[in-house]
Design a protein around this ligand. Structure first.
Ligand code: B12
Length: 291
């Protein structure tokens, strides 16, 4: 990185880009995704020289906009605290839809849409939920971030479209009655579709009678997947499992979600199986096809 010649005062975007050795549009993207702190005054961006070193270090060790820097940022492991997850958390909490989408685009250069779900958005949302639970952010902050994450997941959805052979049978997905958490189901549904399953997605908070009636009306129902994020939802899911087994014997019912922590816990609630995340859910459903 070249030392900027401006006497230590704030740098224009062009000066900052030149000091970093990148195109000014790249520097602008660094600002949008929170990698380069900057101030917007009278229609121009200004960067403090002491913030340049941080952006330059990140550029060498883990490029965020791989398209312009040669290599894409590696997609982090599950729940890892990495620059990608940090940056996404920062942009979600700032309510910056464009900046958050840039991070998604960059992560897609290094990994699949499934990686973006499981290794960027899911850990980020969990961290945001934990911050709220610790009282570090307000419920409004959490809601803003969640609304933005829902938009990102919606934009990623078509990328899971599967060309070629589709698998036989339909998987019915639903949130347990009283459970308003829809994102886990969206991720599981998209990933099952990506693996070639037909998915009938009912979303969050499905009343028990409506769930059973819908399941009974599906030709070639392969399995039902229920999600539970709270203890009350897990109790309601157990009732749903019993009702589904009674009405549709032979159709397996799977459980997942943060309130069902293990295979053992799922079995205790009457379920036929459990998956810790959407990728494992795909393996579970796939195993039904190949005895
Ligand atoms: C976003 C969010 C909300 C949003 C949901 C918006 C929406 N449209 O989805 C809103 C604001 C509505 C909300 C409400 C509440 N929430 Co909330 N929420 C969250 C948060 C921050 C993120 C959830 C999420 O999307 N996670 C990311 C997903 C992808 O991860 P996941 O849920 O683990 O899902 C994966 C696996 O579990 C698995 N999986 C999930 N379902 C299934 C199903 C099947 C069949 C299979 C096979 C696999 C599977 O695959 C998924 C993808 O890999 C979490 C924090 C957290 N730790 O998760 C809290 C969290 C879940 N909420 C919590 C709480 C307490 C609440 C409220 C009670 C708060 C309140 N006092 O009002 C209410 C509950 C209302 C209700 N009756 O349901 C707690 C739950 C604690 C508990 N176990 O009881 C959490 C953990 C926050 C915390 N740290 O305390 N919440």
């Amino acid at each position: 990185m070249e030392a900027p010649e401006n006497g230590g005062g704030p740098l224009t975007l062009e000066q900052a880009a030149s000091a970093l050795g990148v195109h000014y549009m790249t520097a602008y993207r660094y600002i949008r995704i929170g990698r380069l702190p900057a101030e917007y005054r009278s229609g121009r961006w200004y960067v403090h020289p002491c913030d340049l070193a941080k952006a330059a270090r990140t550029k060498r060790s883990r490029p965020v906009d791989g398209a312009s820097e040669g290599a894409a940022a590696p997609v982090p492991g599950p729940d890892a605290s990495t620059p990608t997850v940090d940056l996404m958390q920062d942009r979600l909490l700032a309510g910056d839809a464009a900046g958050a989408w840039l991070i998604v685009e960059n992560a897609l250069l290094a990994g699949s849409p499934s990686d973006v779900h499981l290794e960027v958005l899911a850990p980020c949302l969990r961290r945001i939920g934990d911050s709220w639970a610790r009282g570090e952010i307000s419920i409004a902050d959490e809601h803003r971030a969640t609304a933005l994450a829902l938009g990102l997941i919606g934009r990623l959805g078509p990328l899971f479209a599967r060309r070629g052979r589709h698998r036989a049978g339909t998987v019915l997905l639903a949130g347990a009655e009283g459970d308003t958490h829809a994102i886990p189901l969206m991720m599981v549904g998209d990933q099952l579709r990506g693996a070639g399953f037909s998915v009938n997605q009912l979303g969050a908070d499905v009343p028990l009678d409506a769930l059973v009636a819908t399941a009974a009306g599906i030709d070639g129902l392969l399995a039902v997947g229920l999600s539970a994020s709270t203890a009350q939802a897990a109790a309601n899911a157990a009732r749903a499992v019993t009702a589904l087994h009674r009405r549709l014997p032979g159709v397996p019912v799977f459980l997942g979600g943060p309130a069902v922590r293990s295979e053992e816990a799922a079995r205790e609630l009457g379920a036929d199986g459990w998956a810790r995340d959407a990728a494992t859910a795909v393996s579970l459903l796939t195993s039904l096809e190949s005895p």
